[in-house]
Design a protein around this ligand. Structure first.
Ligand code: AMP
Length: 212
């Protein structure tokens, strides 16, 4: 089963993809995470994409496609995978179509102002990757990770100007893909305004319908 989790930045793609990955035993392939790993390790890809990530622009299609194609050829992807954050342009979608057929695109729909509030309040632990929110999921002690005691940080791309920029990029370059996949009959809209479990339940229903 090959799934794509679609939606604007901070819609909860990563959280949902991770839960689906556990439930269905499929690897989560998250371009943003892969790219951040490259940046942290200062690999050649990381050096090329750092400026894109920091400003919220999309990285070059050829480089992203190459990274994904290498990732999905690994043995753990042989029974399928969950793409999170890919494809994000029509060019990437066409390349993906050359690689494989996706079964289902789950499109998380959320109001942009809700997303700005979610992203700007997000804090992450640089050591253990735990995720918090200053309002919706605060740590016990302000600014400190409950799990490992490290000082929490705000991702550069969660700063407000960058978040708004990423939403504009989404609107211009990624939103047209929704109609592309809808026309193919592969897309299901998911109301992303509810809690994590409510959103997950809609996704599971859509996947289970597919399996019947
Ligand atoms: P994310 O964590 O998915 O929101 O991705 C963070 C950043 O990584 C984005 O703002 C882009 O700069 C870059 N990125 C992630 N996925 C892609 C993609 N499919 N194509 C181009 N750039 C991407």
């Amino acid at each position: 089963m090959k799934l794509v989790i679609f939606g604007p930045p901070s819609a909860g793609k990563g959280t949902q993809a991770q839960k689906l990955a556990e439930k269905y035993g499929l690897p989560q392939v998250a371009t943003g995470d892969l790219l951040r790993e490259h940046v942290a390790k200062k690999t050649p890809i990381g050096l090329k994409v750092k400026a894109y990530l920091d400003s919220g622009r999309l990285g070059p299609d050829d480089l992203i496609v190459q990274m994904i194609s290498e990732r999905v050829s690994k043995p753990d992807c042989k029974n399928g995978y969950i793409l999170d954050g890919f494809p994000r342009t029509i060019g990437q979608a066409r390349e993906l179509e050359k690689m494989t057929d996706v079964d289902l695109v789950l499109n998380i729909v959320v109001d942009f102002e809700v997303l700005v509030e979610r992203a700007v309040g997000r804090r992450i632990c640089p050591r253990c990757a735990a995720v918090y929110h200053v309002k919706f999921n605060p740590p016990k002690q302000e600014g400190v990770c409950d799990k490992c005691g490290s000082a929490l940080i705000q991702r550069d791309d969660d700063k407000e100007t960058t978040v708004r920029n990423r939403l504009n990029v989404y609107q211009d370059q990624t939103a047209p893909l929704v109609e592309h996949y809808r026309t193919k009959g592969k897309l299901v809209d998911i109301d992303g305004s509810g809690g994590i479990d409510a959103v997950q339940a809609q996704m599971v229903r859509a996947i289970d319908r597919l399996k019947k």
